[in-house]
Every structure is written in structure tokens, then in C-alpha cells.
Ligand binder design. Structure first.
Ligand code: SAH
Length: 259
């Protein structure tokens, strides 16, 4: 199979990646070669006996800062190893928060170079010189960019053809344009009754259209309750038909008058 995606990760802790690329459904994307993952440690590009990669911050204050030079050397080595000129992503609270559209974007290209910060962060001069995109996992602070990189890689991996057992099953997942960006519906499996709770009758009907309608109504209801802005976006994109609007009106979330 032709290599479609290559990600080069620059991290002081490359050993954190193996458990996630060797287990679960994501493994298939890496084993099949649909995604090529290369790990690079800036420490291997640092100088001196101690192979120092961090130093104290100018201006004082707590913690350490990753030095620009080992990162720049490491990045040059990655770039020399690739024939294309991929985007250089830095995981950082400064960045755009990762979402489905961004994951699709990174799945569709030729891959990227992913840089994981540690300590207080990275010398700003390296960021200014080399980073093309900054990506955040959310409004909280991690101790390193590795978990954010793994989140991106895992989400990209499950979008690759054949990675999920059921071809196209990711299309019914939350946020997918195929379900108009709504949240996913609830799921049930055997037994039919558990702890006094029965599986919703519609799912046992064997009636395909009825099941699909039930799932659609559940998506609408759940999204209206938890993420009303996604309902507004689906409506603005013209994705909600009269039956959908009737279901929402029943829940008390109808289109503003005049729309
Ligand atoms: N001083 C920084 C946090 C440094 S945390 C600040 O206050 O913004 C160390 C590293 O963890 C960062 O360089 C970054 O690579 C990573 N990191 C922390 N929080 C993150 C988040 N929300 N999303 C992505 N990466 C994050």
C-alpha cells in the first residue's frame, strides 16, 4: 500500500508513543503502513556530555525552557529525511483547539512534523522561526505535548480506510459531517434488559427506517441538550429538514422565528 501519511514526532519522551500505536484499532493504521510514524529525540541532537536540552528562563521564574538549538538541529534532520516540506505543528495551549474538521484536515494531507513541548515550554525564537501551526487539546495545561500528539495521531488513524472494522463506521460518530456534525446517539447491546432497564423498543423493531429515525431524534435531542451551538450550526448549514425541526420543536428547541 502506498504511504499516504507520514508523521515525524519530535519529543523528549519517544517511548510514550509505542503503547498507543501497538494496541487497539489505531494499530492497524500503523502496521499497514497507512500512517508512517517516526520518532525523534532532540536529546540526540544536543551537545556536550550532558546532552542538555533545557535551561533556566531569562528574566527568572520557575521551571526550565527547551533550548532552540537542539530542536532546530533535530528539525533539520527530520526535514532532510523527508522529500516534501510538511507543516510544522507545535502542541501548545496557545493553539487552535483540535476538532473534527482539523483532524480531517491533517488526515487528508501528506502528514506533518509534530513537536511536543515539555517544562515551561520552548524558546520563542524557535517557534517564530519554524512552527507553522499551533494546536491545543483544550483549555488546560498538560505536562508535555505527547498526549496531544497522541490524540491527533489516534483520531487521524481511525479515519483511515479499513482501520475501523466496519467500513465507514466513523461516519456515524459525533461531529462527523455525515451526521451533520451532531453528537452520536446512545448505544445498547445485550442483554435486552439490564438492571431493570430495557433497550429502547425502536432498536428491537427490526424496522430500518424506524431505527434510523429513532437514532436521528436521539442525536438531535442529545445535541440540543448538551451542545446547542452544534444544532444552530447544522440549521445554518441547511442540514435540518422539516421532520428534524418538528422533533426539535417537540423538545422546545425550534428555529428562531424568521429563519
Ligand atoms: N507554560 C505553558 C505550559 C507548558 S506545559 C503555558 O502556560 O501555556 C509543557 C508543554 O506541554 C507545552 O510546551 C506543550 O507542548 C504541552 N501542552 C500543555 N498544555 C497543552 C495543551 N492544552 N494542548 C497541547 N499541548 C499542551
Amino acid at each position: 500500500m502506498a504511504v499516504s501519511l507520514r508523521f515525524d514526532v519530535i519529543s523528549l519522551f519517544p517511548e510514550l508513543f509505542a503503547p498507543f500505536t501497538e494496541a487497539g484499532v489505531a494499530r492497524r493504521a500503523f502496521e499497514s503502513g497507512q500512517i508512517v510514524l517516526r520518532l525523534w529525540n532532540p536529546r540526540d541532537f544536543a551537545e556536550g556530555n550532558y546532552r542538555r536540552v533545557d535551561d533556566r528562563p531569562f528574566g527568572g521564574g520557575p521551571g526550565m525552557v527547551m533550548m532552540a538549538e537542539p530542536l532546530a538541529r533535530c528539525l533539520r534532520a527530520v526535514q532532510a529525511d523527508r522529500t516534501d516540506a510538511p507543516p510544522v505543528l507545535l502542541f501548545s495551549p496557545v493553539g487552535q483547539v483540535l476538532n473534527h474538521a482539523a483532524v480531517e484536515h491533517w488526515s487528508a494531507g501528506a502528514g506533518a512534523i509534530l513537536i511536543c513541548g515539555r517544562y515551561e515550554g520552548i524558546d520563542q525564537r524557535f517557534i517564530d522561526s519554524h512552527v507553522t501551526h499551533q494546536v491545543s487539546l483544550g483549555d488546560f495545561v498538560l505536562s508535555g505535548g505527547e498526549i496531544a500528539a497522541l490524540a491527533l495521531l489516534d483520531a487521524v488513524a481511525r479515519l483511515q480506510p479499513g482501520v475501523l472494522h466496519d467500513e465507514g463506521s466513523h461516519q456515524s460518530d459525533s461531529f462527523n459531517p455525515a451526521v451533520d456534525g451532531l453528537l452520536d446517539c446512545p448505544h445498547y447491546t445485550r442483554p435486552e434488559e439490564w438492571a431493570g432497564q430495557r433497550v429502547p423498543a425502536a432498536l428491537l423493531s427490526g424496522h430500518h427506517a424506524q431505527i434510523e429515525r429513532w437514532r436521528r431524534d436521539q442525536r438531535l435531542a442529545l445535541t440540543a441538550r448538551e451542545r446547542p451551538e452544534l444544532i444552530a450550526a447544522a440549521r445554518a448549514a441547511g442540514c435540518l429538514n422539516a421532520v428534524d425541526e418538528a422533533a426539535l420543536a417537540h423538545l422546545g428547541n425550534s428555529a428562531p422565528t424568521g429563519l
